[in-house]
Ligand binder design. Structure first.
Ligand SMILES: Cc1cc2nc3c(=O)[nH]c(=O)nc-3n(C[C@H](O)[C@H](O)[C@H](O)COP(=O)(O)OP(=O)(O)OC[C@H]3O[C@@H](n4cnc5c(N)ncnc54)[C@H](O)[C@@H]3O)c2cc1C
Length: 426
């Protein structure tokens, strides 16, 4: 089977790429390891998308995604203007619909086992497999959107050096059966100056967001609860590292928790399969404690229950690939102009630290840009990398890894490939 483009990884960045390429008319195959599209958004329960202030929210892909999501009641525009509050379960259906609408072929439960580059006709031959059957494919272009650079690894491409600091992973979960009216009234009462709580009563369903972290610089309304939780042995101190609550569109009694943070030892790396496996177990233990804590301490949670634990560990950073250009921390802090801009953003450097008081959220308040060369492999002209693996220094990745940026990278890579295929056809 011959394709213009194969996108490996049907997650945040991969979907944007495959959708855009197929919409432009490229013969596109999307290969996804699991049984569902969406990656971190659906399987990882990472909703809502982080709000960005600038242009990359107004792209064609985001507009189409919102239109498709609205068909399924899978989206809410929050009072702060963020239009990307999604329902992670419904998005699984939305993504299927979007890709079939643009005639993109999708292979689920499939991984690449071999990828070779043929200098003879400048194409990639790949063997894909579901562990029982193998499929042979050829493609003019490949995009690695696997979040770990798995195609770069198979092709023996260069990677960036691993950093000495790292991002902590999290394991997100949903709690359902909550009386949101009672909970939001109570939140309004305890967070009178609304330092960290926002409540949106503009739609038929109450939406809200609140948080607590062990960062002492903020006036957390939930602080007395967490302090009591630790004092009464209902929580470990490390359970308090990071706790964020968001409601979920079309789930009127449910909240999504950006928690718990997994605490690893200094010398432990999430790239080690044993550490990764222990992290999952640690995450589920913390979830159970946090859930019981919510039920005991927060009005409205009396009849609640855990309704979903993320199907994948929330890894913020693993491997970063090496492309023609490496995005540096300085590119984020002192923005530059590039001849071929892939996308621009203003999301800050956001490091979730393993240690108390070491979190970083460096607001640049500036719009910075990323060149297309940061998405094109240093080794192969027709191999692209998008998503959290982007060719970047650790701190730069901490800014550009967010979902809307991943959508923008996906869109930019697809458009660049479309341009090159059309030029070569002239
Ligand atoms: C806990 C956590 C909280 C976050 N919070 C936010 C937030 O609030 N807002 C925000 O904007 N961003 C947030 N982020 C960041 C953002 O979600 C991720 O950086 C982004 O979604 C990564 O996108 P991706 O496409 O690189 O990876 P993913 O979305 O993970 O997609 C990778 C896909 O590749 C597939 N795959 C893997 N290997 C193979 C293979 N060999 N063959 C085929 N397919 C394969 C996977 O199954 C998956 O579907 C958060 C991240 C985490 C972990």
């Amino acid at each position: 089977m011959k394709y213009d483009l194969i996108v490996f990884g049907g997650g945040t960045a991969g979907i944007a790429s495959a959708y855009t390429a197929a919409k432009l008319g490229l013969n596109t195959l999307l290969v996804e390891k699991s049984d569902v599209l969406g990656g971190a958004i659906t399987k990882g329960l990472v909703i809502p998308c982080m709000k960005l202030n600038t242009n990359n929210i107004n792209t064609e892909f985001v507009a189409d995604l919102c239109a498709f999501a609205d068909k399924y009641n899978a989206r809410h525009t929050y009072i702060d203007g963020n239009k990307l509050w999604f329902n992670p379960e419904l998005l699984k259906i939305v993504f299927d619909d979007m890709l079939s609408f643009v005639n993109c072929k999708v292979l689920f439960n499939c991984i690449p086992v071999k990828v070779n580059y043929s200098n003879y006709n400048n194409t990639f031959d790949s063997i894909l497999s579901n562990e029982m059957l193998s499929i042979y494919t050829e493609a003019k272009y490949i995009i690695d959107a696997t979040a770990d650079g798995k195609i770069f690894k198979i092709l023996n491409c260069e990677f960036q050096k691993n950093s000495e600091i790292f991002q902590s992973p999290s394991l997100r979960f949903l709690i359902s059966g909550i009386n949101l009216n009672k909970f939001s009234n109570w939140l309004e009462e305890i967070d009178k100056d609304r330092n960290v709580t926002t409540i949106d009563r503009t739609s038929s369903q109450i939406h809200l967001s609140t948080a607590y972290t062990w960062d002492k610089n903020k006036n957390w309304a939930l602080a007395p609860l967490f302090e009591s939780g630790v004092k009464n042995n209902d929580l470990l101190y490390t359970d308090c590292a990071y706790f964020q609550i968001f409601t979920v569109p079309s789930m009127p009694d449910t909240v999504n928790l950006n928690a718990p943070r997994i605490i690893l030892d200094n010398d432990e790396s999430i790239l080690d399969p044993f550490v990764y496996s222990r992290a999952l177990k640690q995450g589920r233990e913390r979830i159970y404690r946090l859930y019981n804590f919510c039920k005991k301490y927060m009005p409205g949670f009396e009849n609640s229950f855990i309704s979903h634990i993320s199907d994948m560990l929330g890894v913020r950073e693993s491997y970063r690939v090496k492309c023609k250009y490496t995005v540096t921390k300085d590119d984020i802090i002192n923005p530059k102009t590039f001849e071929n801009t892939a996308f621009c953003s203003d999301y800050p450097i956001d490091i979730h630290s393993n240690k108390n008081e070491n979190d970083t959220l460096e607001y640049t308040k500036k719009t910075y840009c990323v060149p297309i060369e940061a998405l094109i492999s240093a080794d192969y002209e027709n191999l692209y990398a998008i998503g959290r693996i982007i060719s970047s220094e650790f701190e730069a990745q901490a800014a550009i890894r967010t979902q809307v940026n991943c959508f923008s990278m996906g869109e930019a890579a697809a458009k660049d490939i479309y341009k090159k295929i059309n030029l070569s056809a002239i």
